[in-house]
Design a protein around this ligand. Structure first.
Ligand code: URA
Length: 247
């Protein structure tokens, strides 16, 4: 392989901000008529963890959704009602990435439809209007780092992000937006690999591969009464993103 392919996989994880790889337990070997080969004579692939395929040529959102199927790849499937893949304009030059579905999203299978989602919709549409742009929620694409609701809305675990990250990676590669807006710390860390808090990162440009990423507060954070001051900053961040993408 082997080295080239392995390097590609490592770049793939690095692009997702994943620094640590978890080796999943190997599936039990089927009984074989062949005698066991001595160590050192095994094919190199036997030593590799169970790695996902990289984005196929000509990949589409339809194909990605199809590949997710009735996903049981991580423990998040246990409590989910619906997989929340993504919604909006598949050719959007701007993609919003959140953390993971909450209760309303899990029930409907659509990202950002609960209270935080309603705030996000208002933020998008009102900011655009104030800036003299006609932009509706349906004009952008919205998705999450993980596609199944973490129990009790906890932060997704690194291995869950790693497993689901392959699909976010493919979504972004298929859409190839002009910019990405990371909503909150989980999305910011997953996309940029930076570990600072959102307060430090917000309003700044980073990159996911060659695509500019702007970080802003997660709308759930802005719903808390003591964080109202941050709303103005989030509005500023969106303004910056819209002018970059649509001017
Ligand atoms: N929070 C998220 O991060 N994503 C959603 O889809 C809803 C709430």
């Amino acid at each position: 392989m082997e080295t080239d392919l392995l390097r590609k996989y490592l770049e793939f994880y690095r692009d997702l901000g994943i620094q640590t790889l978890y080796k999943r337990p190997a599936a039990p070997k089927p009984p074989s008529a062949e005698p066991d080969q001595p160590a050192g004579h095994q094919p190199a692939t036997a030593e590799l963890p169970d790695l996902p395929a990289l984005a196929p040529q000509g990949d589409t959102l339809f194909q990605i959704l199809n590949d997710i199927g009735d996903c049981h790849r991580c423990r998040l499937h246990e409590g989910r009602s619906k997989i929340v893949f993504g919604v909006g304009n598949e050719r959007s030059p701007l993609v919003f990435v959140g953390e993971g579905p909450g209760a309303d999203e899990d029930a409907q299978g659509i990202p950002f439809v609960g209270r935080a989602g309603q705030l996000l919709t208002q933020m998008i549409e009102n900011t655009a209007k104030k800036e003299g742009m006609h932009l509706l929620r349906d004009d952008v694409y919205i998705c999450n780092v993980v596609k199944c609701r973490p129990p009790g809305n906890r932060t997704p675990e690194p291995d869950e992000m790693e497993i689901c990250g392959q699909f976010l990676y493919r979504q972004l590669m298929a859409i190839r937006p002009k910019a990405i807006c990371a909503l909150g710390g989980t999305a910011a860390r997953a996309l940029t690999g930076h570990k600072e808090g959102v307060t430090k990162m917000r309003g700044k440009w980073f990159h996911w591969r060659d695509i500019p990423v702007i970080v802003t507060y997660h709308p759930s954070y802005l719903l808390r009464p003591y964080n109202q001051g941050a709303k103005r900053e989030a509005w500023e961040d969106l303004k910056k993103a819209f002018h970059f993408v649509y001017d």
